[in-house]
Design a protein around this ligand. Structure first.
Ligand code: VGL
Ligand code: ZN
Length: 199
Protein backbone atom coordinates (compact mmCIF):
# COMPACT_ATOMS: atom_id res chain seq x y z
CA UNK A 1 0.00 0.00 0.00
CA UNK A 2 1.19 3.47 -0.83
CA UNK A 3 2.07 5.46 2.22
CA UNK A 4 2.71 9.12 2.89
CA UNK A 5 5.53 10.21 5.18
CA UNK A 6 5.92 13.53 6.95
CA UNK A 7 9.59 14.56 6.73
CA UNK A 8 10.33 17.05 9.50
CA UNK A 9 13.57 18.83 8.69
CA UNK A 10 15.90 20.13 11.42
CA UNK A 11 13.40 21.51 13.94
CA UNK A 12 16.23 21.97 16.44
CA UNK A 13 16.98 24.59 19.09
CA UNK A 14 19.84 26.17 17.14
CA UNK A 15 17.49 26.99 14.23
CA UNK A 16 14.88 28.54 16.53
CA UNK A 17 14.91 32.02 18.14
CA UNK A 18 17.72 32.14 20.72
CA UNK A 19 19.73 29.50 18.84
CA UNK A 20 23.11 29.79 17.14
CA UNK A 21 21.66 29.95 13.60
CA UNK A 22 18.20 31.19 14.42
CA UNK A 23 15.60 31.24 11.65
CA UNK A 24 12.98 33.98 12.20
CA UNK A 25 9.76 32.39 13.43
CA UNK A 26 11.31 28.92 13.47
CA UNK A 27 9.46 28.00 16.65
CA UNK A 28 6.06 29.14 15.31
CA UNK A 29 5.72 26.12 13.04
CA UNK A 30 6.03 23.52 15.80
CA UNK A 31 2.32 23.21 16.78
CA UNK A 32 1.31 22.83 13.13
CA UNK A 33 3.97 20.18 12.55
CA UNK A 34 2.73 18.20 15.55
CA UNK A 35 -0.81 18.35 14.12
CA UNK A 36 0.39 17.26 10.67
CA UNK A 37 1.77 14.05 12.22
CA UNK A 38 -1.83 12.83 12.66
CA UNK A 39 -2.46 12.78 8.90
CA UNK A 40 0.38 10.53 7.70
CA UNK A 41 1.45 6.89 7.84
CA UNK A 42 5.02 7.61 8.90
CA UNK A 43 6.91 10.40 10.65
CA UNK A 44 10.61 10.94 9.95
CA UNK A 45 12.68 13.59 11.68
CA UNK A 46 16.04 14.85 10.45
CA UNK A 47 18.66 16.22 12.80
CA UNK A 48 21.62 18.37 11.75
CA UNK A 49 24.44 16.72 13.72
CA UNK A 50 27.89 18.25 13.32
CA UNK A 51 31.22 17.48 15.02
CA UNK A 52 32.56 20.57 16.88
CA UNK A 53 35.19 21.12 14.16
CA UNK A 54 32.87 20.78 11.18
CA UNK A 55 34.22 22.34 7.97
CA UNK A 56 30.99 24.29 7.36
CA UNK A 57 31.73 26.42 10.44
CA UNK A 58 33.34 29.83 9.79
CA UNK A 59 35.33 29.25 13.01
CA UNK A 60 37.35 26.58 11.14
CA UNK A 61 38.45 29.05 8.43
CA UNK A 62 40.83 31.75 9.73
CA UNK A 63 39.83 35.20 8.47
CA UNK A 64 36.33 34.12 7.45
CA UNK A 65 33.11 35.32 9.07
CA UNK A 66 29.76 33.54 9.28
CA UNK A 67 27.61 33.88 6.13
CA UNK A 68 30.68 34.31 3.89
CA UNK A 69 31.25 31.84 1.06
CA UNK A 70 34.13 29.44 0.53
CA UNK A 71 35.07 26.82 -2.05
CA UNK A 72 34.97 23.18 -0.99
CA UNK A 73 36.10 20.25 -3.16
CA UNK A 74 32.38 19.59 -3.80
CA UNK A 75 31.52 23.23 -4.71
CA UNK A 76 30.65 26.57 -3.10
CA UNK A 77 29.70 26.45 0.57
CA UNK A 78 28.22 29.06 2.91
CA UNK A 79 30.21 29.30 6.15
CA UNK A 80 27.87 29.13 9.14
CA UNK A 81 28.16 30.03 12.80
CA UNK A 82 28.90 26.93 14.90
CA UNK A 83 25.54 25.15 15.22
CA UNK A 84 23.95 21.79 15.99
CA UNK A 85 27.09 20.37 17.55
CA UNK A 86 26.59 16.71 18.46
CA UNK A 87 25.33 16.25 22.00
CA UNK A 88 24.68 19.93 22.72
CA UNK A 89 21.37 21.55 23.66
CA UNK A 90 21.38 23.44 20.36
CA UNK A 91 21.30 20.13 18.48
CA UNK A 92 18.28 18.84 20.42
CA UNK A 93 14.84 19.05 18.89
CA UNK A 94 12.68 22.02 19.90
CA UNK A 95 11.16 20.98 23.25
CA UNK A 96 7.58 21.36 21.97
CA UNK A 97 8.16 19.11 18.94
CA UNK A 98 6.60 15.70 19.55
CA UNK A 99 9.81 13.88 18.70
CA UNK A 100 8.62 10.72 20.44
CA UNK A 101 6.19 10.23 17.55
CA UNK A 102 9.03 9.70 15.06
CA UNK A 103 9.32 6.30 13.37
CA UNK A 104 12.86 7.17 12.51
CA UNK A 105 15.38 9.94 13.12
CA UNK A 106 18.03 10.50 10.48
CA UNK A 107 21.15 12.44 11.36
CA UNK A 108 23.25 14.28 8.80
CA UNK A 109 26.31 16.49 8.61
CA UNK A 110 28.38 14.20 10.83
CA UNK A 111 31.30 13.95 8.38
CA UNK A 112 33.74 16.75 9.18
CA UNK A 113 34.75 17.45 5.60
CA UNK A 114 31.36 17.70 3.96
CA UNK A 115 28.11 19.47 4.76
CA UNK A 116 24.76 17.78 4.27
CA UNK A 117 21.74 19.99 3.71
CA UNK A 118 19.64 17.28 2.10
CA UNK A 119 18.05 14.44 4.02
CA UNK A 120 19.03 12.14 1.11
CA UNK A 121 22.57 13.05 0.01
CA UNK A 122 25.49 14.99 1.41
CA UNK A 123 26.48 18.19 -0.42
CA UNK A 124 28.58 16.24 -2.97
CA UNK A 125 25.12 15.06 -4.21
CA UNK A 126 26.54 11.50 -4.18
CA UNK A 127 27.02 10.21 -0.63
CA UNK A 128 23.67 8.78 0.50
CA UNK A 129 22.26 9.14 4.02
CA UNK A 130 20.24 5.92 3.72
CA UNK A 131 16.83 7.64 3.85
CA UNK A 132 15.89 6.63 0.30
CA UNK A 133 16.27 2.94 1.08
CA UNK A 134 14.34 3.29 4.31
CA UNK A 135 11.38 4.96 2.58
CA UNK A 136 11.34 2.53 -0.36
CA UNK A 137 11.48 -0.58 1.75
CA UNK A 138 8.52 0.76 3.72
CA UNK A 139 6.54 1.35 0.51
CA UNK A 140 6.45 5.12 0.98
CA UNK A 141 6.17 7.13 -2.25
CA UNK A 142 4.57 10.37 -1.11
CA UNK A 143 6.42 12.88 1.04
CA UNK A 144 5.18 15.98 2.84
CA UNK A 145 8.11 18.15 3.88
CA UNK A 146 8.13 20.75 6.64
CA UNK A 147 10.75 22.41 8.84
CA UNK A 148 13.88 24.54 8.69
CA UNK A 149 15.22 26.13 6.70
CA UNK A 150 13.04 26.49 3.60
CA UNK A 151 15.91 27.71 1.40
CA UNK A 152 18.59 25.28 2.58
CA UNK A 153 17.79 21.91 4.09
CA UNK A 154 14.12 21.78 3.02
CA UNK A 155 15.02 22.96 -0.49
CA UNK A 156 17.87 20.47 -0.99
CA UNK A 157 15.79 17.61 0.45
CA UNK A 158 12.80 18.37 -1.76
CA UNK A 159 14.89 18.64 -4.94
CA UNK A 160 16.66 15.33 -4.22
CA UNK A 161 13.35 13.66 -3.42
CA UNK A 162 11.73 14.61 -6.75
CA UNK A 163 14.89 13.47 -8.59
CA UNK A 164 14.55 10.13 -6.84
CA UNK A 165 10.95 9.86 -8.06
CA UNK A 166 9.02 10.66 -4.89
CA UNK A 167 5.82 12.69 -5.03
CA UNK A 168 6.78 15.75 -2.94
CA UNK A 169 4.74 18.49 -1.29
CA UNK A 170 6.40 21.25 0.74
CA UNK A 171 4.02 22.85 3.25
CA UNK A 172 5.17 26.46 3.07
CA UNK A 173 3.09 27.36 6.12
CA UNK A 174 5.12 24.85 8.14
CA UNK A 175 8.56 26.03 6.95
CA UNK A 176 10.63 29.14 7.65
CA UNK A 177 13.62 30.43 5.65
CA UNK A 178 17.03 31.99 6.30
CA UNK A 179 16.92 34.15 3.12
CA UNK A 180 20.56 35.02 2.34
CA UNK A 181 20.63 37.43 -0.59
CA UNK A 182 17.42 36.27 -2.21
CA UNK A 183 17.95 32.58 -1.47
CA UNK A 184 14.35 32.10 -0.37
CA UNK A 185 12.74 33.27 -3.63
CA UNK A 186 15.35 31.35 -5.63
CA UNK A 187 14.63 28.18 -3.68
CA UNK A 188 10.85 28.50 -4.10
CA UNK A 189 11.23 29.05 -7.84
CA UNK A 190 13.68 26.15 -8.18
CA UNK A 191 11.39 23.78 -6.29
CA UNK A 192 8.38 24.83 -8.37
CA UNK A 193 10.29 24.23 -11.61
CA UNK A 194 11.51 20.84 -10.42
CA UNK A 195 7.96 19.68 -9.79
CA UNK A 196 7.68 20.10 -6.03
CA UNK A 197 4.12 20.98 -5.00
CA UNK A 198 4.17 24.09 -2.79
CA UNK A 199 1.15 24.06 -0.52
C1 VGL B 1 20.78 24.18 7.71
C2 VGL B 1 22.46 25.68 7.35
C3 VGL B 1 23.37 24.84 7.95
C4 VGL B 1 19.32 23.87 7.57
C5 VGL B 1 21.66 23.31 8.30
O1 VGL B 1 18.80 23.05 8.36
O2 VGL B 1 18.67 24.46 6.67
N1 VGL B 1 21.18 25.36 7.23
N2 VGL B 1 22.96 23.66 8.42
ZN1 ZN C 1 24.31 22.54 9.56
Amino acid sequence: MTQTALIVIDVQNDFCPGGALAVAGGDQIVPGINAAMDAVGAVILTQDWHPADHSSFASQHPGKAPMEMTQMPYGPQVLWPDHCVQGTRGAEFHPALQANRADMIIRKGYNRNIDSYSAFFENDHKTPTGLEGYLRTRGISRLVMVGLATDFCVNFSALDAVKLGFDVTVRRDLCRGIDLEGSLDAALEGMRQAGVALA
